[in-house]
Structures are given as C-alpha cells and as structure tokens.
Write a protein that binds this ligand. Structure first.
Ligand code: ADP
Length: 465
C-alpha cells in the first residue's frame, strides 16, 4: 500500500514570492516541521536539493525510541523517561547537552501520540544497544522505519497542500539590512537558475555531513578511508549556510561509525540494530563471540575494528529473520547467507564447524539461563537452535555526525556569543550536542520528530511576537 504512493513535487513555476517559513531539507526533521507548521496555521515551503525526497531518514531501519508511551504500556513495558535520559547520557559518554537531552527524553511520548494523530502508527517495539527496555517503536509490520515515516509524512503534507520543491538547493540565507533577523533565502533550481524568496524564518533541517569527504578530511582525517552509509546529499550544507551568519558549531569531530554494515558490493547496506536487538550474535573468524553485541555502537565498532579481518559475521535464526522485515529484502539481494545446518553455514562463511557449534551451544545456554557470563549481554536474548541458520558479513562504516550547529532546546541557532540569531532555527542531524559522543540506535528518528515539531512551534511563537 505504502509503495504505491507517489508525491508529486512542486514545479519551480509554482514558487511564490513569499512564505512564512522556509524549511531546508525534506528528511524526517524537515517534513515533520512542515506538517507541524501547517497545523499551526503557518505557510511553510520545503526545499530539497536532491531529486529524491527523504534524505538519510529514508535509510533508517530500526525504529523510533520513545519512553512512557501508550504503546509501551500495551506491551507491558513500564518505563520512566528519566531512565531513558540516563541511559542515553551514559551511552553518549556523558557528553550530551543536558538541556537538549532533557527536552528530548521528556517529549518522545508526545511525539508518538502526535504521529498517531496523523495516522502514523508505530505499534510494535524492539530494542537497540545500551537501552535497558524496549523503547524502539516501529510499524506493526516491522517494516524499516525511515521510508515508512517519509511516505506517511508526505501523504499528510500532500493532503494539506504544502509546497515541497525537489532539485532545489538553498545556497544563501539572507538577513535584513540592519542584520537583525532572517528575511529571505536564495536558491538554485535544477537548471541552475537563481531565485530569491522572502521568508520570516528559516528552519535548517539539512542533515549531517557523513558523505562529505572534504569535511571528513578536515575534522576526522583518521576516518576518511571508511565507507559511508549516508546518501550523497549528506554534505553538511546547513553548516556553511549557518556559519555564514555567524552561527556556532560544536563537537564536529564526533563521528559515529556503525558496526554492522554490509559492504562487499559497490552499494553499502546498513544492517539495522534491530537484528541484534531481536537476537543475532556476532562472531569473528575463529567462530567466537567477542563483544556484548548490544553494547553501544562505539564499543561494538571498536571491537570489530580490533579484529584482524576488521569484519565479522552476524549469526541468527529463523525467529530473528521473521522479526525484522528488512532481512527478507537483504536476502533477496543476496546479502544473507543461509544454510540448513550449522556445519553447512560454517563452511559457507569459512569458519571451523565445531567451534561454531560450541559458540552456539554456549549462547543457547546463556539465553536459557538468562546469564551471558561471557559478555554480560542482558537484552535481545534469543536462542539459535533450529535450521535454517543465517549469516551476514559486516564491517563498520561512517554513519552519523553527532556534531553540528549549536542550537538550544528551543531549536534557536546560537551565534558565537551564545545569542540566538533571530528567525533562524535548526532541527535533526544538522544540530550537534544531543547525542554526546555516541548516538543510540533509534534516537535519530526520535530527534527528527521531537525537534522538527519544536522548530515549527518556536517559529510560530516567534512570528506571534
Ligand atoms: P534529518 O534526519 O535531520 O531529517 P536527512 O538526511 O534525513 O536529515 O534530511 C536532510 C535533507 O536535507 C536531505 O534530503 C538533503 O539532501 C537535504 N539538503 C541538504 N542540503 C540542502 C540544501 N542546501 N538545500 C536543500 N536541501 C538540502
């Protein structure tokens, strides 16, 4: 059903001379902001530089973290947003901006309810690394969250006739003559024609810079050789647009490497954390587990990078396969190795069969006794006892940029003195600080919805004054 929907982007001839607010980027943060803005009676416009709408959000797989939700209660999960705060804080090396994190953790439940009002239901739960409870909300079908969210947000935006232009790149933000507030933007269309539009406010929702070789060389030359999971538009344009107006950047060297990325083909595929969350283990070339698979992404990535091969295998059974819809797609395109016995699987992935048998026996005992004495894993425990057995070859890759624009919990972009730049707001991956030095799986989609909404609400407030 979702696949058949097609959003027809606006034609450049339909561009009007003025709007209340320009939203830069049609990913999760931008589309959420647009929907919230139109609900608040504003006239938004969204500009997306790529042909395809959805940005990196399209690629998100596991789900959206939230705590104290009605969905959790229906699943018998009693949660406390203070625990969500604390676990995210510890997982982020205690480098998270406490004010951003406080607003985030305490507003995810509202975000889930708001999505429900829009008919966007995330009724199933899974778990990601460093979380003590199932908080990762996803569609009942277990479909990957990103494309599901983008499609459904676009449906709502189409109904509400919100103007969304693709292949339209924002190249400059304009301040009024007294340089006191945002008054317009300049953009370049698909024919490289420049247009100028009057706006009272701007929401930067232009995503991160995980696909920018230039910025990677500048901030983390040691990572420049890694492949990236990002779409090619993730080049950090928003950072340049904002710093041209004096905005402050923060934490630019904090880059997340995702541990489980299939990269044996020209196209790189991220194998979502839900696969481990539902029960997969990781083994090295000696057929042994080597880490708590649901430790933070930072810990798991470091453990894989420390292996001689710098890669590992995810191993799982049929139950996991059924609990993560994306796996059927990965199998379809040939990324999943399948076997009818452990020895057959061992042969296919070139590890010792007896050692693999032993590893699985030990793992199954750990699950049955609820005690992983080897690595202390406490979540995502599921036995791997029955054929078919599955394996996916993975290695770490650049995934997410934790640094970015310095904005406050009201999404106001701050200048070098910490003063808000009037009329300039930012939400989503373009903003730095929420995740500390390690983003928790499922927190990025949550960030786009919580702060995408917040940006639109704060713009409405700004325009009331
Ligand atoms: P988030 O998860 O924060 O919403 P995404 O990566 O999903 O981030 O979306 C950001 C979107 O912004 C991408 O689709 C990207 O192509 C778009 N974008 C980046 N720079 C510009 C720009 N200069 N003009 C218009 N769109 C942009």
């Amino acid at each position: 059903m979702a696949d058949k929907f097609y959003f027809e982007p606006y034609k450049i001839e339909q561009l009007q001379a003025s709007y209340d607010v320009a939203i830069i980027g049609a990913g999760g943060a931008g589309l959420t902001a647009a929907l919230q803005a139109v609900e608040l009676g504003l006239k938004p416009v969204v500009f997306e530089k790529m042909e395809r709408l959805g940005g990196n959000t399209n690629r998100a797989s596991s789900g959206m973290n939230a705590s104290e939700t009605s969905v959790q209660l229906k699943h018998g999960v009693i949660d406390d947003f203070k625990d969500f705060y604390q676990e995210t804080y510890v997982g982020g090396g205690k480098l998270n901006d406490p004010k951003l994190l406080e607003y985030f953790a305490s507003h995810t439940s509202q975000a889930i309810a708001w999505l429900q009002e829009q008919g966007i239901r995330l009724d199933d739960l899974t778990i990601t690394g460093a979380m003590s409870k199932p908080r990762t909300h996803r569609p009942a079908s277990t479909a990957p969250i990103g494309a599901f969210m983008i499609t459904n947000l676009l449906k709502q935006l189409q109904q509400k006739q919100v103007a969304i232009f693709n292949q339209t790149k924002v190249i400059e933000l304009m301040m009024d003559d007294a340089k006191q507030k945002i008054c317009g933007i300049k953009l370049e269309d698909a024919d490289q024609k420049i247009h100028q539009v009057e706006v009272k406010a701007v929401i930067l929702a232009s995503g991160g810079f995980g696909a920018s070789q230039e910025l990677m060389n500048k901030y983390r030359p040691d990572l420049a050789h890694y492949k990236t999971t990002n779409h090619e538009g993730a080049t950090g344009d928003g950072l340049a647009l904002a710093t041209a107006l004096g905005a402050q950047l923060r934490d630019m060297d904090l880059i997340q490497i995702h541990p489980t990325v299939q990269q044996d083909n020209p196209h790189v595929y991220l194998i979502g954390e839900a696969v481990r969350g539902e029960g997969a283990i990781l083994i090295n070339q000696d057929a042994k587990r080597f880490v708590n698979e649901l430790a933070t992404r930072k810990i798991v990535s470091n453990a894989i990078s420390a292996l001689e091969q710098k890669s590992a295998y995810l191993i799982f059974g049929e139950e996991v396969f059924k609990r993560v819809q994306a796996l059927a797609f990965y199998a379809h395109i040939g990324l999943v190795i399948q076997a009818q016995s452990i020895s057959q699987l061992a042969k296919q992935i070139n590890v010792d069969a007896t050692k693999l048998e032993n590893t699985l026996t030990t793992w199954n005992q750990a699950v049955d006794s609820n005690n992983d004495s080897q690595f202390g894993r406490t979540t995502g425990l599921r036995v791997i006892k029955q054929a078919p057995y599955y394996a996916i070859h993975i290695a770490p890759a650049i995934h997410y940029t934790m640094g970015g624009i310095h904005a406050d919990q009201y999404t106001r972009v701050l200048d070098e003195n910490g003063t808000p730049i009037a009329g300039l707001y930012a939400a989503g991956e373009v903003v730095g600080g929420l995740h500390g030095n390690n983003r928790i799986g499922g927190n990025s989609i949550a960030e786009t919805v919580v702060f995408g909404r917040q940006a639109a609400i704060q713009v409405a407030r700004y325009l009331q004054n």
